[in-house]
Write a protein that binds this ligand. Structure first.
Ligand code: BGC
Ligand code: BGC
Length: 861
């Protein structure tokens, strides 16, 4: 089915967008005027666009002159973007590097608490280095950062609601002000370039980046993208502005089943009317850079397979640059070039030839330079393509005034105050909230009520902020990492006075409370790309993914008191059961650091007495089905819905239908970048154990006194997805859970325990693989012969049929440790993508049980 990723039928808004668009299009659409039902529109084409930042002949002349004086090595250096953890200022100088970035959760000197001054000092150091090369014309470096909801990697910065909340606010002027405020925050740290806005149109809430998307419809995104870019860039010549990026080109929100980095299977018309709209708005507003996307695109109607966007010349060069007239530069995404066929993170002519101008090659930049040099010398990449890429980069640097201003020259540079925009963010929070239910005028709350607040999220800035907040996934932080912030709990206390507020994070105080009303704050724990995806076999029911939230609301309802639920989430989820348990229900998205924006609206006025009503309206449909891909699936609330105090309405109890799963479990995830609940990766040594935890920056040596294991985070398939484990003493790396999982269905489906492994240092002693089904139940098999066949540095996917364990007595009805590597030094390996995959046990590359000698079998008594 071609449109299986589109959960919702084409809405009138889409047709409106189409009509507006076709007016400015090179190819007219043929909308019939005299028939009642509109026929499907003719295929559209990429429109020619006019940028607000016009070509400047003086700049073009200067670029051409400089280009003429550059060596090939200097040109290739300009095309490189390295990560601050992997490059020093002096290397920037000697290699003529054009750009650096700090990834999500990367800070100067790896110091999470780095001050504005620390950031600025490093920015000046890179800048000065870039201006001290021996080139005829030294070229200033440009630093890029993911300030995706405020300057989100920097301690003390105000974090605005993520884009999904801004979409609900429906206020382009607000978005423009947020773009401008973010630009000033970024300038405070000396950085001149932001990888935002994301202009994706997320079509399936399973996608873990849904919250980075403003809306499901292209038309809104077009307006917001333009406003954001305008606020962030201005004319580029005023102080306090930075270069913006429209990302990720193109179709990242269209992938099948909402899979991150997946395949969009849609027509060109749908790509243009929905997913390209943000680029149109951003380019017209003058956006200077576009980031290519990890996803692929197949247009089934036209039988065109574009493949991965980083290699798609038809889109990067023909559509974006030539047809739409984009004259800035295209940056690749994090190590994304390595995903193209024939490429690695160390070389990729195909991406450059397709139109990538700057390569985000965080770690392997040295090899990338040398290999690109050879590819130009051999003719695999033309000089003309290199010249075009460098022309674009120099053009943008000149337009942005980088040659005239070092980072510390900005009036905002080094000013901690420039990070702080609390009133603006609080206003944005107020405008972003969507009231989905309000029975018996439970809201607004009254100032003389005694309030019991429940839920851990009520007093958690990390929960309010979600992913891309100090750390990449938004995990491994606490309120202490957000010094300029207020939780919702503090907002409630301010409204009614602390003496009238009690707080019970786990809800244990509900039964004994004498409060007049309960405010329950629940929702999703932080996540970001890939990690946040909800697999297609899982339902969208929040209560299934987080049973503790359900239990909390059940206890609250049982108390007989009015229950106000504030739902923090990165996407609309199935919550029929939770709505039934609540008298009032507020979709609060991921509001960021200003939790008091929520309490303002819950009480109907800010503490100074200004009246506030709910004005937020859904920019995404809200699912009424726990399995939204089902044929009969309908939305519970449509785009545009949202109640207010001014126009109250009542709601009947909702039907609740939560199946165990949305489809046959085809895979059970165990670990991929992060633990998949209920499993957790842990180290074991003698009688001790320790979980690896969520910190992707940590290098763990454990136990501290005399380490048996060293574990660091590395990349195998996607960013920071793998653990690099060195054995320093006999020890094991296991994935285990508190209770057993029933794998019988998977075992019957010929499943295999599968994982990716790269041997970093070969073992000389045996390596065993252990699966356990309780204290006294388990099997260890010898992996040695298998691992010896793998060369050091090669990556392999190992598939161990569950049958090999079952035949020796593992009880598949209760597996509590599906994975365990037992080894001793010397041995070092990187592992990830640990999972159980149906039918993989019968794949031709599955391991034969005969090649897995039994070491021991423990059977239950
Ligand atoms: C980095 C993130 C980076 C991500 C790519 C991770 O390895 O920590 O910073 O943004 O990869 O986004
Ligand atoms: C993300 C981008 C981000 C980049 C740099 C990638 O993984 O997809 O959105 O800008 O990392 O951190």
């Amino acid at each position: 089915m071609t449109n299986s990723t589109t959960l919702f039928p084409l809405r009138p808004a889409v047709f409106a967008a189409l009509a507006v668009l076709s007016a400015g299009c090179s190819q007219e659409s043929s909308m019939p005027t005299d028939t009642p039902a509109p026929a499907p529109p003719a295929a559209l084409d990429w429109p020619a666009l006019q940028s607000a930042i016009a070509a400047d002949p003086q700049i073009e002349t200067r670029v051409a002159e400089m280009l003429g004086r550059m060596t090939l090595r200097q040109k290739i250096g300009q095309m490189i973007q390295a990560e601050i953890k992997s490059i020093t200022p002096d290397e920037v100088r000697t290699h003529y590097i054009g750009s650096v970035l700090n990834g999500g959760g990367s800070w100067p000197a790896r110091n999470k608490q780095a001050s504005v001054g620390d950031w600025l000092t490093l920015a000046d150091a890179y800048y000065t280095a870039s201006m001290s090369t021996d080139a005829a014309d030294p070229i200033p470096i440009i630093w890029g950062t993911d300030a995706v909801h405020g300057h989100s990697n920097v301690v003390g910065a105000t974090l605005f609601p993520h884009n999904i909340g801004l979409g609900a606010a429906h206020d382009p002027a607000l978005i423009e002000r947020i773009g401008a405020a973010t630009a000033q925050s970024v300038r405070a740290t000396g950085i001149q370039w932001v990888f935002a806005p994301t202009v994706a149109a997320a079509q399936n809430p399973r996608w873990g980046r849904t919250y980075e998307s403003f809306a499901v419809d292209g038309a809104l995104i077009r307006d917001y993208a333009a406003a954001y870019v305008h606020g962030m860039q201005g004319t580029l010549r005023e102080d306090g502005k930075v270069i913006a990026t429209a990302k990720h080109f193109i179709g990242d929100g269209a992938t099948e089943l909402g899979r991150d980095q997946g395949v969009a299977q849609i027509s060109k018309t749908e790509m243009i009317t929905t997913h390209a709209q943000g680029y149109f708005g951003a380019i017209e507003a003058g956006v200077q850079t576009v980031m290519a996307s990890y996803n692929s695109w197949t247009d089934p109607a036209a039988a065109i397979e574009y493949g991965k966007m980083h290699g798609a010349k038809a889109l990067l060069t023909d559509a974006l640059k030539n047809a739409m007239g984009f004259d800035g530069f295209i940056v690749s995404d994090w190590n994304a070039v390595g995903q193209l066929p024939g490429c690695s993170n160390r070389q990729c002519a195909a991406a450059i030839n397709a139109g990538i101008d700057m390569i985000m090659v965080p770690d392997d930049w040295k090899a990338f330079i040398e290999n690109t040099l050879k590819q130009v010398e051999s003719g695999e990449i033309t000089q003309a393509r290199i010249d075009d890429a460098v022309t674009r980069i120099l053009r943008v640097k000149l337009r942005a005034g980088l040659f005239e201003q070092k980072p510390s020259d900005s009036a905002f540079a080094g000013k901690p105050d420039a990070l702080v925009h609390r009133e603006l963010a609080r206003q944005a929070v107020r405008q972003s909230l969507v009231l989905l239910k309000n029975e018996a005028a439970t809201l607004p709350l009254k100032r003389d009520q005694r309030v019991l607040v429940v839920g851990e999220a009520a007093d958690s800035v990390p929960h309010q902020s979600g992913g891309w907040s100090i750390t990449w996934q938004g995990t491994d932080t606490s309120n202490a990492d957000f010094p300029n912030a207020d939780t919702l709990l503090s907002g409630v206390r301010e409204q009614v006075g602390s003496e009238r507020v009690s707080y019970s994070a786990d809800g244990s105080a509900i039964a004994s409370s004498d409060a007049d009303v309960i405010v329950a704050v629940i929702g999703e724990a932080p996540y970001a790309e890939t990690n946040g995806d909800i697999l297609s076999s899982f339902t969208l029911a929040h209560s299934q993914r987080d049973p503790a939230d359900l239990a909390l609301l059940q206890a609250a309802q049982a108390s007989g008191r009015p229950v106000v639920t504030v739902f923090l989430s990165g996407r609309p989820l199935y919550v029929n059961d939770l709505l039934n348990l609540s008298h009032a229900f507020v979709a609060a998205w991921l509001p960021g650091t200003e939790g008091k924006g929520i309490s303002d609206v819950l009480f109907g006025s800010s503490p100074d007495g200004t009246a506030v009503d709910f004005t937020g309206r859904l920019s995404f449909p809200w699912p009424g089905n726990a399995c939204p891909e089902r044929k009969d699936s309908t939305s519970l609330f449509e785009v545009g819905q949202g109640q207010s105090y001014a126009s109250p309405s009542t709601a009947a109890p909702l039907p609740v239908d939560i199946p165990d799963a949305c489809g046959p479990a085809t895979a059970l995830p165990i670990f991929n970048m992060a633990d998949a609940a209920p499993f957790a990766l842990e180290m074991r040594h003698q009688e001790q154990s320790r979980a690896l935890g969520a910190d992707l920056n940590a290098v763990i040596e454990w136990p501290a006194e005399s380490p048996a294991l060293r574990v660091a985070t590395v990349q195998m398939n996607t960013q920071q997805d793998a653990k690099d484990v060195t054995w320093l003493a006999p020890a094991s790396l296991v994935a285990s859970a508190g209770s057993g999982s029933n794998l019988n269905a998977l075992a019957h489906a010929q499943a295999a325990l599968s994982f990716d492994i790269r041997i970093e240092q070969a073992a000389t002693a045996p390596v065993h693989f252990e699966m356990r089904c309780g204290e006294r139940c388990g099997v260890a098999l010898d992996l040695s012969a298998l691992l010896q066949r793998f060369g050091v540095g090669e990556q392999h996917t190992v598939k161990l049929p569950l049958a090999c364990f079952a035949q020796h007595g593992v009880d598949m009805g209760g597996v509590n440790q599906p994975f365990g590597l037992i080894a001793e030094p010397p041995f070092r390996a990187s592992v990830t993508r640990i999972r159980i995959v149906a039918s993989a046990g019968s794949d031709s590359d599955a391991i034969n049980c005969a090649d897995l000698p039994l070491i021991r079998s423990l059977r239950q008594p």
